[in-house]
Design a protein around this ligand. Sequence first.
Ligand SMILES: Cc1cc2nc3c(=O)[nH]c(=O)nc-3n(C[C@H](O)[C@H](O)[C@H](O)COP(=O)(O)OP(=O)(O)OC[C@H]3O[C@@H](n4cnc5c(N)ncnc54)[C@H](O)[C@@H]3O)c2cc1C
Length: 392
Amino acid sequence: MGTSYDVVIVGGGVVGSSIAYFLSTNADFSGRIAVIERDPYYTASSSSLSTSAIRQQFGTPPNIAMSKFSIDFLREVPTRLAIGDELADIGLHEPGYLVLATPERAEAQRAKNRVQRDMGVEVELMEQAELARRFPWLNTEDLALGSLGLRNEGWFDGPGLLQAFRRKARAQGVDYRAATVTDLTMASPGKVGEVVLDNDERLSAGTVVNAAGPWSAQIARMVGAELPVVPSKRCVFVFETPERIENCPFVFDTSGFWLRPEGQLFLCGVPPLRENDPDDFGLEVDYDLFDEVIWPALAHRVPGFERLRMLRAWAGLYEYNTFDHSGIIGRHPEISNFVLATGFSGHGMMHAAATGSGVCDLIAYDQYRSIDLSAFRYERIAGNQPIKEHVY
Ligand SMILES: Cc1cc2nc3c(=O)[nH]c(=O)nc-3n(C[C@H](O)[C@H](O)[C@H](O)COP(=O)(O)OP(=O)(O)OC[C@H]3O[C@@H](n4cnc5c(N)ncnc54)[C@H](O)[C@@H]3O)c2cc1C
């Protein structure tokens, strides 16, 4: 006889662990929960390789709503994820995001600004002269606008958030199993029955949640479902500079690179071109990307970076949704007890809390209560209704 759980979550990264946490604290849900995680040290998981920033500056209301919910939760993490008297510390900093725009992109940026303001996002649109005054280290010669988040944007210790969710979920009775899910069997057409592990155990499951991040398409295939989610490598480079760059927010440059401070150092990266981004799970750093693409762009935008020294680098995987670069969340339409929570494409750390809370609602009440995530439903793919979000 195998073990039986009401909910089995495949993948114990920040998304799976957030779902486990919210379910285990929900007074209306008393079911047994297991999280199956094959890499308990999270060596290759996106959640431990993430740069863990949060922004409100999205272009669509569903993603802005996710960010609003999540920043409120992140502020409360110390007490909500405390174990006894021991507070959880994720070092939330809120210096804002600065999104830069060329004259050609200015109108699109203004349109986004209108959506953001309608949603109550505190954001300031600055013309070139004001940008130059506020950020004297920035080369503004080819810029028309900068959009600066005034509150609720910044970065935090993402691996710390994952561990805090995990610790709290375990303290509340969630079973974390160090094993690989090798198969899912069907109880009947349209209903998952068992979760098969590599140690030959078979767990019978009331609901199975696919929170396997970059590997989630593999898990979906076990029940015959297709997910447009592929692994997409992102390299992060750490550098230092002798120049003083004061008051630096998270910067999205017009050339595509991003940049943020980390203590006395800086982190940066750039999305790869799709043709240089094979759908494999390799984690080798592409150093040419720094030398040939990022460094020239950095030195152009911040002349003080001409004398920078790159210190180290790492690579991690986005769970990249090739359909519309936004999360895919909710029940599979034809397999009612198979729930998806994946495809975040670079937003999964910041949106983990909103996802956890929404998926918990869906399982406990069969409807969204704390946050409406219906825009992220799987059905939008077949219906060709993309969430039109710009990808960074
Ligand atoms: C370099 C980089 C920078 C990023 N920066 C940001 C950022 O600034 N802000 C932001 O919000 N997001 C960012 N992200 C994205 C974010 O980190 C991810 O969206 C998020 O961590 C996804 O969490 P997850 O739990 O879904 O995936 P993961 O953390 O990958 O967890 C999935 C887990 O599933 C497990 N698993 C897979 N298959 C199986 C199986 N068959 N059996 C058992 N276990 C299995 C894996 O071991 C893994 O631990 C970044 C990502 C990277 C790589």
